[in-house]
Design a protein around this ligand. Structure first.
Ligand code: N01
Length: 532
């Protein structure tokens, strides 16, 4: 099957990109999706307690006033099901389904230099050809399932949060093990704890977490967001993370202790990701960060009744926000329940998974079910899973051997006409992802429009620009607090053998947008465009 454009993935990015390519650029476009339906992340992440920790009125598309105004969010943070329904609504509204094929995973993509086409193969042995190939596979779609000895011998069921089965799973009265305490684990535990017989949480690194303070949205709030559609849309282009909050202008050091505490208490009570923005320097300056990190530690210690457990939950060893900040609803309170236990993997590591459960250094534990909330081979993993072979038979795996290299996070030398939405080298996971996705889809679409106009047969970035983009990211990362975390998936530390390089662009969405716009204005300087 021959197409102008193939998009891989039918989540937030793939759906919008299909609309742009098909309906605005007039290209014959197809989306190939592994799942049975649209949704991407929100199709796969059906684990108990799954919801977004960005606020609903901004965790959505803003490109269409009509779509924005016609959808009513119910809660401050939308549940997985609600986001999935939203994406299905958008898909229906834009009549996208007819150009999506489901249940097909792209297993290889090879550039045919003589034909100037990409050839794609799926796991169902279907073959496709296209001129433009766009990755909309997301940043967090390749599950990290730790290679723990004995997993095959386990008689019970096990699941990864990001590959949750499509059927209903009952945990009622079961003995459950949960490995991992990142954003996902912190969401799962309080929900599961209510119905299981016992929940044993295996923690490798304690995590800072801010109260989410979820609530039902009032009618007037919802009406207000719709009235202020343009204002909100505009605001999301101005804030560093594409969120609806600005960072405070003043440093924490401009206040005395009493005033500081008052500001922190107010932000804590409000909850949400904006907590980190209540002073200008929490995410930037170690001395400011320390004060806030200690504040959070004290809050947690106050919640958890058992002081030994509280200590284990707060033995952080990294600054707040140097790893992905998480939100919680009663996560720390969960450890006050009689049926919940914390295992600190630092002092009591897992030796193996057995027929009946998990053996740690200190004991043998029996479980009916194991949940891996162990995260992802982030950003580069999903792109590498496409098994791309570019010009001169160059394998992407080889070119990225020492870490992902892209220009603007969008294109790779020797991989012509291949575009990435929210890929390595773009702000992606450091932002409110739909905001970044829209910026990328619009930029890529403008680029393709230009390429069509000038009758380009192929385009790729120069090595020089690509190398200098990678250097720029490394330099920016070095100046940031992100590098103060010993182990973080932002730097690939969670995957054995993965190059330890900071992956996303860390200087914020407005700065990144500015650079992209400049490249566009300068007729795509940094890209080599070959004409017919
Ligand atoms: O994954 P994580 P996640 N043995 O990598 C531990 C998005 N998200 O799924 O910190 C034992 O953050 C690991 O320990 P450590 C969001 O961007 C969004 O929770 O590496 N433990 C950690 O505790 C988020 O950041 C929403 O030492 C192991 C945990 O598993 C991203 O997804 C909701 C281990 C993994 O945490 C990923 O979050 C949920 C091992 N071998 C998620 N390997 C929204 O609301 C790893 N761990 C939008």
């Amino acid at each position: 099957m021959y197409l102008d454009t193939i998009i891989v993935g039918a989540g937030f990015s793939g759906l919008y990109q299909l609309h742009k390519c098909r309906d605005q650029l007039g290209l014959k476009t197809l989306v190939i999706e592994e799942g049975k339906d649209v949704g991407g992340t929100w199709y796969w992440n059906k684990y108990p307690g799954s919801r977004c920790d960005t606020e609903s009125h901004i965790y959505c598309y803003t490109f269409s006033k009509e779509i924005y105004k016609n959808w009513k969010w119910k809660e401050r943070y939308p549940k997985q099901k609600e986001i999935l329904n939203y994406l299905k609504y958008v898909e229906k509204k834009l009549k996208l389904r007819k150009d999506i094929i489901f249940n097909n995973r792209v297993i290889s993509a090879t550039y045919l230099e003589n034909k100037k086409l990409w050839s794609l193969k799926t796991n169902k042995n279907r073959l496709f050809y296209c001129r433009y190939l766009i990755s909309a596979v997301g940043s967090l779609s390749v599950a990290n399932i730790p290679n723990i000895n004995g997993i095959k011998s386990f008689k019970g069921d096990w699941y990864h949060s990001g590959r949750w089965p499509n059927k209903k799973i009952s945990f009622k009265n079961k003995k459950v093990a949960q490995i991992g305490t990142g954003s996902t684990g912190i969401q799962i535990a309080p929900v599961l704890a209510k119905s299981v017989k016992s929940l044993t949480i295996f923690q490798r690194t304690p995590n800072y977490s801010i109260p989410a303070r979820n609530r039902k949205l009032t009618k007037s709030f919802v009406e207000n967001t719709k009235k202020n559609y343009l204002k909100i849309k505009n605001l999301l282009t101005k804030t560093p993370g594409g969120h609806a909050f600005h960072f405070a202008k003043k440093s924490i050091f401009e206040f005395n202790e009493t005033k500081r505490l008052k500001i922190l208490d107010k932000a804590w009570l409000n909850g949400g990701l904006s907590f980190r923005a209540c002073f200008s320097d929490i995410t930037k300056k170690l001395s400011a960060n320390k004060i806030v990190s200690n504040y959070i530690r004290d809050k947690i210690i106050n919640i958890v009744k058992d002081k030994e457990i509280a200590k284990k939950l707060t033995d952080f060893g990294h600054p707040f926000t140097s790893k992905r900040p998480t939100l919680n609803t009663n996560y720390f309170e969960t450890f006050n329940r009689k049926n919940v236990r914390l295992i600190d993997l630092k002092t009591n590591p897992i030796i193996k998974i057995t027929k009946n459960g998990i053996r740690t250094r200190k004991e043998e534990l029996k479980f009916d079910k194991i949940i891996f909330a162990t995260g992802y081979d982030a950003l580069s993993g999903p792109i590498l899973s496409l098994n791309l072979i570019g010009r001169k038979k160059i394998k992407l795996k080889k070119y990225w051997k020492n870490g992902p290299k892209t220009f603007l996070g969008i294109m790779i030398p020797n991989f012509p006409n291949f575009f990435i939405i929210s890929g390595p080298g773009s702000p992606s996971v450091l932002t409110n992802v739909p905001a970044q996705i829209q910026q990328h889809v619009e930029w890529i679409s403008n680029f393709i429009k230009y390429l069509e106009k000038v009758k380009s047969i192929s385009v790729e970035p120069s090595f020089k620009e690509t190398e200098s983009w990678v250097k720029k990211i490394n330099k920016l990362a070095k100046q940031s607090l992100f590098m103060k975390a010993k182990n973080s998936w932002y730097k690939g530390d969670n995957i054995p053998g993965k190059p330890k390089k900071f992956i996303p662009y860390p200087a914020g969405l407005p700065q990144y947008r500015k650079i992209c716009n400049k490249v566009q204005k300068r007729m795509y300087k940094g890209f080599k465009i070959s004409l017919k």
